[in-house]
Write a protein that binds this ligand. Structure first.
Ligand SMILES: *Cc1c(COP(=O)(O)O)cnc(C)c1O
Length: 380
C-alpha cells in the first residue's frame, strides 16, 4: 500500500458496533466483563483503549514497523524508552537535539545512574570513540533541531550492529512521509506526534514504533506500568491529523524550499540551514535519506545579537512567535531563549545555536505571503 492510501486506510476499519467510518472516541475508564477474566480484550483504559489501538496500528503501518505504542507526549515516549535501561547503562546521543530531550536525559535519568554522552554525529569516528562495553543505545535526531543537520542513519546502524547497540531515531522533524528509519535498520522510532502527525497545533501526544516483539512487549509493559497514556480524544485528533499528513507535508516542503532560497538571497541573513539547499553540507545525504527536505528552516543574521533577532521576531504578522512546529500555520521562534534555553550556553554555542539564530516552522499558507511577511520583518 502506498503512503497516501495508508494514511486513510491502514489499521482503520469501520466501527463494528455501529459502522461509524471514523474511529469513535472511546471515552471510558473501564469495560464490563461477562464473567471474571472473560472480556473483549479490554479491561482498564490505562492498559487498553480501542481508539488508542487503532492509532497504534496506524502508526506502526506508517513507519513500516509492527508495533505502535502511544504516550501522553513525545517526552513521555522518551521517558518510557529510557526506562528500558538501568543504572550504569550508557546512551550516546547526537549533540544537536531537542532541548527537552537533553533535559530529561541529563536531569532526570542522569539522577538514576544512566550515562549520556553528546557527540557530533557527522563523523562516525566520534560515535566510535564514545562507545564502551556499557553502551546500550544510540539516539539520533535527524534532521536536528534547530540546526537542520543530518545524521546518516545507515552508517550509524552499521556501527551499532557491530557492537550490539540499539539505535533509536527521533523522526519528529521528517515524519514517516519523508523518512522511515526502521527501513534503514533502526530499532526504535520515536515521535512527538504533537508536531507533523497531529499537524494542527491542538494536541500533545507521543509515539514509539518498533519491529521487534521483545522491545514492543517491554514498551507496552512500561506504557501500562508507568501510565503516561494519551486520552482517547487526543488519539482521535492524531488519527484525524494523519489523514492529511502527506498533503500538508508536500505543501510545507514546497513553501520551505522557496523561503530558504529567499532567505539565502537576503542581505541581512548570514547563513540559512535547510537540507534542500545546495549550500547545505549534507545536501547529498538529504537527497538519499529523505523523500523531500521538510518544512523546517533556520537562519542566523549578519548582526549576531539577541536584539537583532528580536527585531525580526517581533515584526512578523503571519509567522506567529511560538514554540512547537509542524502545524498548518507558520511559526517563528528563537531557540536561544525559547526551545533551547534549557541547554547551557557553552553547549548551545558549540552546536551553532547562535544568539541571532531564528527557527521557522513553515505552514501551508501561500508562499508569497510568507516571504513578504519575512521580508518586512527583516527590513524593519
Ligand atoms: C517537541 C519535540 C519533542 C517532545 O515532544 P512533546 O510532544 O512536546 O513532549 C521531542 N523531539 C522533538 C524533535 C520535538 O520537536
Amino acid at each position: 500500500m502506498k503512503f497516501a492510501t495508508k494514511v486513510i486506510h491502514a489499521g482503520i476499519e469501520p466501527d463494528v458496533s455501529s459502522g461509524a467510518i471514523m474511529t469513535p472516541i472511546f471515552q471510558t475508564s473501564t469495560y464490563v466483563q461477562d464473567a471474571p477474566g472473560v472480556h473483549k480484550g479490554f479491561e482498564y483504559a490505562r492498559t487498553q483503549n480501542p481508539t488508542r489501538n487503532v492509532l497504534q496500528n496506524q502508526l506502526a503501518a506508517l513507519e513500516n514497523g509492527d508495533y505502535g505504542i502511544c504516550f501522553a507526549s513525545g517526552l513521555a515516549a522518551t521517558d518510557a524508552i529510557m526506562k528500558m535501561f538501568k543504572s550504569g547503562d550508557e546512551v550516546i546521543s547526537c549533540n544537536d537535539l531537542y532541548g527537552g530531550t537533553y533535559r530529561i536525559f541529563n536531569r532526570v535519568f542522569g539522577k538514576f545512574g544512566l550515562k549520556f554522552s553528546f557527540v557530533d554525529m557527522s563523523e562516525m569516528k566520534n560515535i566510535e570513540a564514545a562507545i564502551t562495553s556499557n553502551t546500550k543505545l544510540i539516539w539520533i535526531e535527524t534532521p536536528t533541531n534547530p540546526m537542520l543537520n543530518l545524521v546518516d542513519i545507515v552508517e550509524v546502524v552499521a556501527l551499532a550492529k557491530k557492537q550490539g547497540v540499539l539505535v533509536c531515531v527521533d523522526n519528529t522533524f521528517a515524519s514517516p512521509y519523508l523518512q522511515t528509519p526502521l527501513d534503514l535498520g533502526a530499532d526504535i522510532v520515536i515521535h512527538s506526534a504533537t508536531k507533523y502527525l497531529g499537524g494542527h497545533s491542538d494536541v500533545i501526544h507521543g509515539a514509539v514504533v518498533v519491529k521487534d516483539k521483545n522491545l514492543a512487549d517491554e514498551l507496552y509493559f512500561l506504557q501500562n506500568a508507568s501510565g503516561a497514556v494519551p486520552g482517547p480524544q487526543d488519539c482521535f485528533l492524531i488519527l484525524r491529523g494523519i489523514k492529511t499528513l502527506h498533503l500538508r507535508m508536500d505543501r510545507a516542503c514546497e513553501n520551505a524550499a522557496k523561503i530558504a532560497a529567499f532567505l539565502e538571497g537576503h542581505d541581512r541573513v548570514e547563513k540559512v540551514n535547510f537540507p534542500g539547499l545546495k549550500s547545505h553540507p549534507q545536501h547529498e545525504l538529504a537527497k538519499r535519506q529523505m523523500k523531500n527536505f521538510g518544512g523546517m528552516v533556520s537562519f542566523s543574521l549578519k548582526e549576531d545579537s539577541i536584539e537583532a533577532a528580536n527585531k525580526v521576531l517581533s515584526n512578523t504578522k503571519l509567522f506567529a512567535l511560538a514554540e512547537s512546529l509542524g502545524g498548518v500555520e507558520s511559526l517563528i521562534g528563537h531557540p536561544a531563549t525559547m526551545t533551547h534555553a534549557s541547554i547551557p550556553l557553552e553547549e548551545r554555542r558549540k552546536t551553532g545555536v547562535l544568539d541571532s539564530l531564528i527557527r521557522l516552522s513553515i505552514g501551508i499558507e501561500d508562499a508569497d505571503d510568507l516571504i513578504e511577511d519575512l521580508n518586512i520583518a527583516l527590513n524593519a
